[in-house]
Every structure is written in structure tokens, then in C-alpha cells.
Design a protein around this ligand. Structure first.
Ligand SMILES: [Zn+2]
Length: 255
């Protein structure tokens, strides 16, 4: 398609030992406005390009796209388990976990929060998608419950997402978030009526209250709206692709 062969660009958390990545939009084959590593087939992109992008991402893990399992994200709090290759898209949910060696689980975002979780004791891994509804619904804790893991042993990375610098809100949201997470989640803007919310900070609060130590939570600083390396729903006014954040289970467990 006339595109130079650029490599995929994978951002990693120093905390997570399982193979994982928060990709940027670089290194794919989709054309504008989905250029280039778009992984969503329901946004208007060419299905063949999306399929090739998923193969490229999987190949960076030494895997094929058959080993990759995702969910049809609906801003809810359902968690599903990936158990076999070839499952593709499991169903309507916003978190997916696996204990199956070799499987990759992932979530698609363009401003929402991609959250990757590993349980070093069992090898289980999970990928969680959270917009503001998922943050206030504490889907990250629903995922931890499904893992059946001791929260104090988990490692969690909150990936590139719209950060407090850009997440302007109004109406009832600021008071709802302050009631759920404390006043620190609301960031007033000098001279402006609208305030900003810090969703990553709110997720970190949920994790702390559930017993995940602060030192086991890595909040990546990248803002998808500020940083043009990422797809951003707000910056592109809705017409854009999705980056797929993913994590691989590399240990068969007896659970
Ligand atoms: Zn920003």
C-alpha cells in the first residue's frame, strides 16, 4: 500500500514480567484516519488491514493472531475467561483473563484506560478496558475477583489513556467521582467552569483499597490526547482507530 515498513512501537511497564505491550499507532498497514496500527474492525477500517495489524502485533510476541483473544467492549463490568486458541472475540465484556500458556489477551482503547494485570504466583494474566463508567464501576476489582488471587501479590500497569491534562467533564460526573474516590480525583482548572478528572488516579485508589500495594501499581504517564503517537477519540472527534494493549500468559497453571 506504499507504506514504508515501520516496526511496531511497544511501550512496556517495568513492573510487569509477563510479555506485554501498550502499542502506539505506529507500524501497521491501515490508511488514514486509521493509520496505521488500528486493531478495531468496527470503526470503518478495511477488515484485511485490521487482520494484518493483529498478525503483526501477535508476531511481536512470537505468536499468531489465533492465540489472541479479545472481547466485544461495551463499557460494562463483565469479565470473561479465554481458554483456547481461536476463540477470537469472546463476547460482550470489558475484561478478559487467562491461565492458559501461550494465550494473549487484550483490550482496545483510544483514550479509555487499558489495564494489564499479572499474578506472578499463578501466571494468570488479565486485560481490562475502563472508560469513566468502568472506572466508577471498578471493573478492575471485578477482574481481580475473577482471578481469585491475593491482591497483595498482583502487579498492575495502567497504560496510555486520556490523562487529567485533557479529560474535561461537566454535569454530575465530578461530584459522582469525588463521592467514590475522594476530592483528589477532581482537578479544578483556574478560571474555568469545567473541571478535569484523573481516571488513572481513581483506578489506583480502587486498587489500593482492594489491597494492591502502591509499589505494585505502575501508572504510565502518556496522554493519548496530547501525544499524537496514539489514537485518541477526543482529539480525532470519534473517527480514529484503536490501539490494542495485550499481555501473554507464559505459564500453565494447575488452577
Ligand atoms: Zn493530555
Amino acid at each position: 500500500m506504499g507504506y514504508p515498513a515501520r516496526p511496531v512501537e511497544l511501550i512496556r511497564s517495568k513492573l510487569i514480567r509477563s510479555p506485554h505491550a501498550f502499542p502506539t499507532r505506529a507500524g501497521g498497514v491501515s490508511l488514514a484516519p486509521f493509520a496505521s496500527l488500528n486493531t478495531a474492525s468496527n470503526v470503518g477500517d478495511e477488515p484485511a488491514a485490521v487482520a494484518q495489524n493483529l498478525e503483526r502485533l501477535s508476531a511481536s510476541f512470537g505468536a499468531t493472531a489465533k492465540q489472541l483473544v479479545t472481547v466485544h467492549q461495551v463499557h460494562g463490568t463483565t469479565v470473561l475467561e479465554a481458554t483456547a486458541e481461536g476463540q477470537g472475540v469472546l463476547g460482550e465484556a470489558d475484561a478478559v483473563f487467562t491461565r492458559r500458556h501461550g494465550l494473549l489477551v487484550g483490550v482496545k482503547t483510544a483514550d479509555c484506560l487499558p489495564i494489564l494485570i499479572e499474578d506472578p504466583k499463578t501466571g494468570q494474566v488479565a486485560a481490562v478496558h475502563a472508560g469513566w463508567r468502568g472506572v466508577i464501576g471498578e471493573i478492575v476489582l471485578r477482574a481481580i475477583e475473577r482471578l481469585g488471587a491475593d491482591p497483595s501479590g498482583l502487579h498492575v500497569a495502567i497504560g496510555p489513556a486520556i490523562q487529567a491534562c485533557c479529560f474535561e467533564v461537566d454535569g454530575e460526573l465530578p461530584s459522582k467521582f469525588a463521592a467514590a474516590f475522594g476530592d483528589g480525583v477532581v482537578r479544578p482548572q483556574p478560571g474555568k467552569a469545567k473541571v478535569h478528572l484523573d481516571l488513572s488516579w481513581a483506578v489506583a485508589r480502587s486498587l489500593a483499597r482492594a489491597g494492591v500495594p502502591d509499589s505494585h501499581v505502575d501508572v504510565l504517564p502518556h496522554c493519548t490526547r496530547c501525544d499524537a503517537r496514539f489514537f485518541s477519540y477526543r482529539r480525532e472527534e470519534g473517527r480514529t482507530g484503536r490501539q490494542l494493549s495485550l499481555i501473554q500468559c507464559v505459564r500453565e497453571t494447575s488452577l
